[in-house]
Design a protein around this ligand. Structure first.
Ligand SMILES: Nc1ncnc2c1ncn2[C@@H]1O[C@H](COP(=O)(O)OP(=O)(O)OP(=O)(O)O)[C@@H](O)[C@H]1O
Ligand SMILES: [Mg+2]
Length: 286
């Protein structure tokens, strides 16, 4: 049985002329244990879909079943409980409380659950060990590197033993080495049987996923299964196209340096003129 079943889901923000359709009739089923990578241009609805799945938002239309239960119309308190018990969030900006030590940050979701302090800290220490941060337990967020902060945020997401981890651009603020460490960690969390939904703008990271969806204008336009550790066919083809055009440019003598020079306005006007001329010639011909 799919852990997430969404059908005909739309999310519209605003009214009338100012309405934005952030999700446009989306249908998706996600099985337990999948590692889903969500890609797509800015504004295509990735975060809206994640917030809907994560019960931070509701679809305006359509149905959503989480673990077989209809959650689209569930009352606020029950939704909050569902969210707390089933979902762990990891955000691009870490979202740790600045004045609270790392171990307390990680144990916070257990406080909301009503767990006693000793048990809470013991559990938080165990997940911090899992993410390799035992030596940073009593540090404060400002004393940690970006990669360490994100590992702490992953520990916080894991502390409740959620069935689903939602990570919205988890490596968006990280350098390449921290990205690697965080992705390896998410890969391990996936191997332990967790379901992971990760939004990313970095095609290389789809290597860690077992399925990739692409969104455009609020719709899922592509959905592809892929072996973990390999790039999905579509991503591989797109990267090859980029590589070969780079290679062509290199052979033609266009260096990165030349490409980095900002264009001034004259060539742009010129190219507009050229465009106009070509359309005129085209018109003449037809
Ligand atoms: N609270 C809101 N009120 C009004 N419009 C919103 C709101 N949240 C999102 N939108 C709009 O919905 C559309 C989808 O936004 P969303 O944040 O889901 O995009 P995204 O794919 O996550 O983009 P990015 O890659 O930039 O994070 C956008 O046009 C956005 O402006
Ligand atoms: Mg987003």
């Amino acid at each position: 049985m799919a852990i997430i079943e969404i059908s005909n889901a739309s999310r519209i923000f605003g009214f009338g002329d100012a309405a934005t359709i952030a999700l446009d009739d989306v249908a998706i089923n996600i099985e337990k244990g999948e590692f889903l990578a969500i890609m797509g241009p800015s504004g295509s609805g990735k975060t809206t879909l994640m917030n809907t799945i994560g019960l931070l938002d509701r679809p305006t239309h359509g149905t959503y079943k989480l673990e077989g239960r209809d959650v689209a119309k569930m009352r606020v308190n029950r939704r909050a409980k569902m969210r707390r018990d089933n979902i762990g969030f990891v955000f691009q900006s870490f979202n740790l409380l600045p004045r609270v030590s790392i171990i307390e940050n990680v144990s916070l979701p257990l406080l909301y659950k009503g767990m006693g302090q000793t048990k809470r800290l013991k559990r938080a220490a165990a997940v911090l060990e899992q993410v390799g941060l035992s030596e940073r337990e009593y540090f404060y967020p400002h004393q940690l590197s970006g990669g360490e902060l994100q590992r702490a945020a992953i520990a916080r997401a894991l502390v409740n033993n959620p069935s689903i981890i939602i990570a919205d651009e988890p490596t968006g603020n990280l350098d390449s080495e921290s990205t690697r460490v965080v992705m390896e960690l998410l890969g391990e969390v996936h191997k332990m049987g967790n379901t992971i939904l990760m939004v990313t703008h970095n095609p290389i990271l789809t290597r860690y996923a077992s399925r990739i969806i692409y969104m455009r204008d609020g719709s899922i336009v592509y959905d592809e299964a892929s072996a973990v550790g390999e790039l999905p066919g579509r991503v591989e083809r797109a990267l090859q196209a980029v590589r070969s055009s780079r290679e062509e440019e290199r052979l033609a003598g266009v260096s990165d340096y030349i490409r980095a020079i900002p264009q001034n306005k004259t060539p742009a006007r010129k190219s507009q003129r050229i465009k106009k001329q070509t359309t005129r010639t085209r018109k003449k011909r037809s």
